[in-house]
Design a binder for this molecule. Structure first.
Ligand code: SAM
Length: 326
């Protein structure tokens, strides 16, 4: 049984950022001239990460998602994955990626224990894709997704951040793209995290509008998904495609939040809408044993806030989204 927080929510899911760097520059995530990366000396090594994750596992965390920044820019990602997938209690290891470097890495990562991926893909138009990502190569991403499919990563979930006037006309095309390939599709509302996230609020779109549009075109039927997390899922017509809507602003899902996040330097974030609560780095490097780590994390989990306040204080989170992953 996972440890519960002060509001009775079991915490069974850790999102672990393995780098704050990224090879893309999505304007809503990372400001183009961003220089505030953490120095690598503060980054935890694969064995320090494993030591921290072992403490989370003792508290009942069962699913770890590797995120970033872009996890694939770390050359030792497969080593990290092997360490974590071997830990007692960790039942599932997944990856959030932009897939730009996945083509050459998918098979090795699958062998290292990463069974499923979430991949960002906001446009199928090369020019729009390049505009959103600050020059990204759509074809490299498409090849990366195909390699993940060949490597039997399953499910492959496509995350599309919806922005009015930028990519909202592509919802139907993306549905067809995912339908053809057996991917799951999730639409995400922009969140006011970092200056890029606040800029993106100018393009904010309530996803109910997209849901109604897709319902008219394809017919949507409410669907359940295993470990469905924050998304509300619908089956598309009588096809096997499932689309999800992640609506942190228009309908927050804090009451069922089961997750915490750790940055690559060991800072623990209890909520996407809060700054760090606990720094595990001095504990790990000061020789704390497993029970001391477990006790510190357990105490921190009791301070997890009841909900984010993106509406009341959209200016609050100054770190870019890339520092921690979604
Ligand atoms: N690089 C990896 C990727 O592309 O998935 C992992 C990190 S990325 C920060 C994780 C997810 O956060 C992506 O799907 C991205 O689109 C989303 N994201 C970043 N900034 C956001 C924002 N301001 N609002 C909503 N989603 C955001």
């Amino acid at each position: 049984m996972a440890v519960t927080d002060a509001f009775g929510r079991p915490i069974s899911y850790l999102r672990l950022s393995v780098t704050d760097r990224c090879d893309l520059r999505c304007f809503y995530c990372l400001p183009r001239d961003y220089r505030g990366f953490r120095p690598p000396a503060s980054w935890l090594t694969p064995s320090e990460l494993a030591q921290a994750v072992a403490a989370f596992a003792e508290l009942g965390v069962r699913h770890v998602r590797l995120t970033g920044g872009e996890p694939l820019v770390r050359s030792d990602l497969a080593t990290i994955a092997r360490h974590l997938s071997a830990l007692p209690g960790i039942e599932e290891l997944s990856l959030s990626t932009n897939a730009a470097r996945l083509e050459s890495q998918a098979a090795a990562l699958r062998a290292a224990g990463i069974c499923r991926i979430n991949a960002s893909l906001d446009s199928l138009d090369p020019a729009t894709f390049a505009r959103i990502t600050g020059g990204g190569d759509l074809n490299a991403v498409l090849r990366g997704l195909e390699a993940a499919r060949q490597a039997a990563m399953e499910p492959i979930k496509i995350n599309m951040v919806m922005m009015r006037g930028i990519n909202d006309h592509e919802a139907e095309t993306m549905v067809e793209f995912c339908l053809e390939r057996g991917f799951t599709l999730r639409f995400i509302e922009t969140m006011p995290i970092g200056s890029g996230g606040r800029e993106a609020l100018n393009h904010y779109l309530d996803l109910e509008e997209i849901r109604q549009r897709l319902d008219r075109r394809f017919g949507l039927h409410p669907a359940a998904m295993r470990g469905s997390g924050p998304a509300r899922y619908y089956q598309v017509g009588d096809s096997s495609l499932v689309v999800g809507f992640i609506t942190p602003l228009s309908q927050h899902f804090c009451a069922s939040c089961n997750r915490v996040r750790m940055a690559v330097d060991g800072r623990l974030f209890l909520c996407l809408g809060e700054e760090a609560d606990l720094d595990l780095n001095p504990l790990l490097r000061g020789g704390a044993d497993q029970q001391q780590l477990v006790a510190a994390i357990h105490a921190a989990l009791q301070r997890k806030p009841e909900r984010h306040d993106f509406h009341q204080a959209p200016e609050r989170i100054i770190r870019p989204m890339s520092a921690l992953g979604g």
